[in-house]
Ligand binder design. Structure first.
Ligand code: ZN
Length: 251
């Protein structure tokens, strides 16, 4: 079982760890490494996995990590290039994220939740899906009456919320407790597999509360401003809104 630090401390960008297992990997993929602990986010909920490096303490050798993923209770790091010899079990490793990219993803992810919160609060429209890259994102809503005027109003309202400096709180709740929160029922909590005993929630205090496994900034002021860069109809009811970070936030 990997100690997955990202879920309790999204600002941890490096950690010392020990290799638990490694293998050359399947054809076409890179070598795979499991550590006893890691700061890598393994992807999920629309947020891409982290990239970064592993550094071996003993000889300073360095490996690029192109992605990470969850496999049961473990986080598997995939190295590049394919065919490179991975570190060995027992090796002491310094784990280092591509922090600039991760921070951009955290700001983008929190911006998406602010968008969800505003669209639900002001229009009662539910989210049906979403995805993000560092600095840009899209989100789909059941939002029949969306139009250009509404999109401008949504952009302004999201920026107002971000500027308010709302705190972001992460909690882990027993499943029953999570299911008793009306705000969670409207989002994806009812789609979670029955076997999950605990549910992690991300709250933008005063605006939005969701079941979510992603990494977020601690305060909406760190997001800066967003711009709605496009919207499209994915059918009569389903509409897609595209956003980009538009400046502000951390330098
Ligand atoms: Zn999310």
């Amino acid at each position: 079982m990997t100690d997955a630090i990202c879920y309790r401390d999204s600002y941890a960008s490096r950690v010392d760890a020990t290799v638990v297992a490694s293998e050359l990997g399947a054809a076409g993929g890179g070598p795979l490494v499991v550590l006893d602990r890691t700061v890598f986010y393994p992807g999920g909920g629309g947020q891409p996995a982290d990239r970064g490096v592993l550094l071996r303490a003993a000889d300073g050798r360095r490996w690029q990590v192109r992605a990470a993923r969850k496999d049961g209770n473990e986080i598997v790091h995939e190295l590049e290039p394919a065919g490179v010899e991975p570190p060995r079990p027992g090796d002491r490793i310094e784990v280092d994220l591509d922090w600039a990219r991760r921070l951009l993803l955290m700001r983008t992810h929190t911006a998406l939740h602010a968008l969800c919160g505003v669209v639900w609060r002001d229009y009662g429209a539910q989210v049906t899906g979403g995805n993000m890259e560092p600095g840009t994102a899209r989100m789909d809503f059941e939002f029949e009456r969306m139009n250009a005027d509404l999109v401008d109003a949504i952009e302004a309202a999201v920026n107002t919320e971000l500027e308010l400096g709302r705190e972001i709180r992460v909690n882990v709740l027993p499943r029953d407790e999570a299911f008793a929160i009306p705000d969670l029922i409207r989002t994806k909590v009812n789609l979670l597999p029955p076997g999950i005993a605990e549910i992690r929630t991300v709250e933008i205090v005063g605006l939005d509360l969701q079941a979510d496994g992603g990494t977020h900034v601690a305060n909406t002021s760190e997001v800066g401003r967003i711009q709605v860069t496009g919207y499209e109809s994915k059918g009569r009811i389903n509409k897609r809104i595209r956003i980009a970070l538009a400046g502000g936030g951390p330098a």
